[in-house]
Design a protein around this ligand. Structure first.
Ligand SMILES: Nc1ncnc2c1ncn2[C@@H]1O[C@H](COP(=O)(O)OP(=O)(O)OP(=O)(O)O)[C@@H](O)[C@H]1O
Ligand SMILES: [Mg+2]
Length: 255
């Protein structure tokens, strides 16, 4: 029988705030919860989830959209690459010319197909508010916006929350990520919430700044699947786990 999984898009208003690392960390948490998980790399021009995890792939999202368009699609597993027994990846194309040719009309179909095969679908994006991201925001079950404690980021986030409050108000959540830029703490959390007019649903502390993160990336290792890290960063792992449990709780009517 088809599954009816849940989808989550991770985005931001500024680049480099930790979206990709967060998506990978969340995938690790899904695995710890025994959930079959697909990461979709919708950062279609510069996405590197599959490479970051040291997986080798040939088929990618472009081939999938082409085959759907030409009635050659058979099954999603023909296009994904396996990371381990729980986590698969639908990669972005390696060649940006192929990315240019991805027909955005199939975004919704891709997410529906993914939800029918996996418990959890995690979507990595860029920070650009283009047609692709807006369609992803509309289609997915939950949106998590990552933000640093940085005046420029906060000002832009205020503008976005204003838009979302009038459209997707129920389903977006804010994650304050202090781990990418551990010395930035311009505002208090209370001030941040007042400025952006939204609760900060999850906070990742600056203690989670991982000095040797590059070793994890070189080894294609997910931080949350490392036993030593789970002992050291119990608080952060709990935040990620709560996020996934909240996602699993979303009812179709909540959207
Ligand atoms: N917890 C952490 N500790 C240390 N460095 C981190 C942490 N999380 C992310 N980084 C580093 O911060 C940088 C940005 O992270 P990441 O690539 O996940 O951000 P992004 O929002 O996906 O960026 P982009 O907008 O370019 O896609 C990377 O070099 C990453 O290795
Ligand atoms: Mg990224």
């Amino acid at each position: 029988m088809d599954k009816m999984g849940k989808s989550l898009v991770v985005s931001s208003v500024k680049g480099g705030v930790g979206k990709t690392v967060t998506v990978l960390n969340l995938a690790g948490i899904c695995e710890l919860l025994n959930k079959k998980t697909l990461i979709i790399d919708f950062d279609i021009y510069t996405g590197n989830v599959a490479l970051t995890l040291n997986t080798r792939f040939i088929s990618n999202m472009y081939n999938l959209t082409q085959d759907i368009a030409n009635n050659n699609y058979k099954k999603l597993s023909d296009y994904v690459v396996k990371y381990d027994n729980f986590i698969d990846i639908l990669p972005a194309p390696k060649d940006p010319r192929a990315s240019l040719k991805i027909n955005l009309a199939y975004i919704e179909t891709i997410i529906d197909l993914a939800k029918s095969c996996y418990d959890i679908v995690l979507i990595d994006t860029t920070h650009i508010l283009n047609e692709l991201n807006i369609r992803l925001f509309d289609k997915t079950d939950k949106i998590v916006l990552l933000m640093e404690n940085d005046p420029q980021d906060v000002k832009n986030m205020k503008a976005l929350t204003k838009v979302l409050n009038s459209s997707n108000s129920k389903k977006y959540e804010i994650m304050l990520n202090n781990s990418t830029n551990p010395h930035k703490h311009y505002f208090s959390e209370f001030d941040l919430e007042t400025i952006i007019n939204h609760k900060i649903n999850y906070t990742i502390s600056n203690k989670f700044f991982i000095k040797n993160i590059d070793d994890f990336i070189m080894n294609g290792e997910i931080v949350t699947l490392n036993k030593r890290m789970s002992n050291l960063f119990n608080k952060e792992f709990t935040q990620y786990t709560n996020l996934i449990l909240n996602l699993m709780d979303v009812k179709e009517g909540d959207k």
